[in-house]
Design a protein around this ligand. Structure first.
Ligand SMILES: [Zn+2]
Length: 528
């Protein structure tokens, strides 16, 4: 029976990889693709880290695995909570394989914190937007921690891009690829395994911040650093080569990206302003409650991830204040959380929200009409009622309306938070560099890629196909999945409407602790 090595390159874009393989710049990926398969692979909606990787490892869509976003709304409140791996409602590859007696090694898959007990080892991937590195709580078994403690997600924060940031970032990204690759190579060569999965986030980070340098046609183009993205891809190709060598004989290799990448233009959509213009939303007379998230910069970088994990409740309250503050709920029928990576609209529904304004019997017609109005506006390409996009028992965790913003000459609009002002505007010159929450200059696209070291008949893939492909190759029966095995296609497709498994939820802090830290965070300027 062969073994399976699955390498994740977060956000790796097929239209970059294809030409660079052809030019001989990515020889290890090219060799895999030549003897095997190079496919475009469609991502989830939204094409964002948590839902996409969860789909990749479960073989089911967001309506079934339930990890639709980092956060979800708390029922009956205008508030959110942060989610982590315990919210995943469908078994991942390592659960299924462990149960079947196979040994697994899993490194850095986003949305897998806290680590699950598996037959083998797991180092969780990043669990929050502010995490930069792992600590001992990321590792199972704990004895492995000293050996993997160098594992990091980023050596810098991306919410504040000051002078010199880009020059500092490139060597740090390259070093992170080398360090992760060295850790993975050591474990690959030493540990027994049937399935080994490792995810690199550097391809995503570099493309978010360096697209404007890479692409001379970008409306945000700046000279200099034009090869930063390519350099990181080349370094990742070296890592792929080293991993494949270390994996040894009789191994099927898959290289997958959770979504693709493209440039962001200069258009900015302020959804709540637009909803206010159309009479769907009213702002409070004062902007109380809106929070300066950038003030988190006062907290030393290496504390942030830990603070966040320990005091998720506090962070959730701060984030809730930012998303929901300044809106007059008694005069609002629809509003948006204004997330750049997940543009959407929510209905203020009677019986669900505390001050719901739309009656339940009007819901369907209200959503349908609002979708049409959004699509007629211009900056929105598509507006879907959630039931049209998702299937499964967790559809109600999604926003009521999911949007795909239009591209302008191939460049994406940014969706940014505002309280008052126009519904659509142009970025000012000084905003072109962007930052997290402030419109990054490269953004996700819905089509990523899948390279398999074996030939297959398929001409395109979906992220849902990855898990069944792994299980079929390893000869392990799959639980119900929505994807198809691309290499040994004898797996059944899931009948619609079947649930999977029950939530496990952890609450790692007490209310008392939370209040103390809230006070400290406020003193640090985390609250306005
Ligand atoms: Zn990203």
């Amino acid at each position: 029976m062969p073994r399976f090595l699955l390498i994740g390159l977060d956000g790796a874009e097929p239209s970059l990889i294809g030409p660079w393989m052809a030019e001989g710049r990515l020889p290890h990926l090219a060799r895999l693709a030549e003897r095997g398969t190079f496919l475009r692979a469609s991502s989830t909606v939204p094409c964002a880290t948590f839902p996409a990787w969860a789909t990749c490892v479960t073989g089911v869509g967001p309506g079934r695995h339930g990890l639709i976003d980092f956060t979800e709304m708390i029922r009956g409140q205008y508030a959110i909570r942060f989610k982590n791996g315990t919210f995943r409602q469908a078994p991942a590859l390592w659960n299924v394989l462990s149960d079947a007696g196979k040994r697994v090694g899993v490194l850095g898959v986003p949305g897998t914190y806290p680590p699950e007990p598996v037959n083998g080892f797991i180092v969780s991937g990043f669990d929050s937007p502010v995490a930069t590195r792992i600590d001992a709580s990321f590792v199972h078994p704990p004895a492995l921690y000293p050996e993997v403690r160098q594992w990091r997600f980023a050596d810098f924060q991306e919410s504040d891009i000051g002078p010199g940031w880009h020059d500092r970032a490139i060597p740090l990204l390259l070093r992170a690829v080398d360090e992760k690759s060295a850790i993975a190579v050591r474990l690959l060569a030493r540990e027994p395994w049937d399935f080994f999965m490792v995810v690199f986030g550097e391809s995503d980070t570099v493309a978010h911040h360096f697209w404007m340098f890479h692409d001379p046609r970008s409306p945000r183009y700046r000279r200099g650093r034009e090869h930063a993205i390519r350099e990181v891809y080349e370094r990742l190709d070296d890592a792929v080569g080293a991993l494949v060598r270390a994996a040894g004989e009789d191994v099927v290799v898959g290289v997958v990206s959770d979504h693709g990448f493209g440039g962001a233009g200069t258009g900015v959509v302020h959804l709540n302003n637009w909803l206010a213009e159309r009479g769907y939303l009213r702002f409070c007379p004062t902007n109380g409650g809106l929070i300066k998230r950038a003030a988190m910069a006062c907290v030393p970088e290496h504390w942030r991830g830990g603070l966040f994990r320990r005091f998720r409740g506090v962070a959730a309250r701060a984030e809730s204040g930012s998303r929901f503050g300044g809106i007059d709920w008694s005069a609002t029928a629809a509003w948006s959380e204004e997330l750049n990576y997940f543009p959407s609209v929510r209905v203020n529904l009677e019986g669900r929200e505390p001050k719901g304004q739309v009656r339940a019997r009007d819901y369907d017609a209200f959503v349908r009409d609002l979708c049409h109005e959004l699509e007629d506006w211009g900056p929105v390409a598509r507006a879907w009622p959630r039931a049209e996009l998702y299937d499964g028992p967790h559809v109600d965790r999604a926003p009521d309306i999911i949007l795909e913003l239009a591209l302008e000459n191939g460049y994406a609009h940014s969706c940014l938070r505002a309280r008052g002002g126009p519904g659509f505007r142009r970025l000012r010159d000084e905003e072109y560099f962007g930052a997290k929450e402030r419109g990054m200059n490269g953004t996700h696209r819905p089509t990523g890629m899948l390279i398999l070291s074996e030939p297959c008949a398929a001409t395109e893939a979906r992220l849902e196909d990855v898990a069944p492909t792994v299980l079929a190759t390893l000869g392990v029966p799959a639980p119900p999945m929505e994807g198809q095995a691309l290499l040994h296609p004898h797996i059944e497709v899931l009948p619609r409407g079947e649930g999977t498994r029950v939530a496990r939820e952890v609450c790692p802090y007490s209310e008392d602790e939370a209040r103390t830290v809230e006070k400290r965070l406020r003193a640090l300027g985390y609250y306005e």
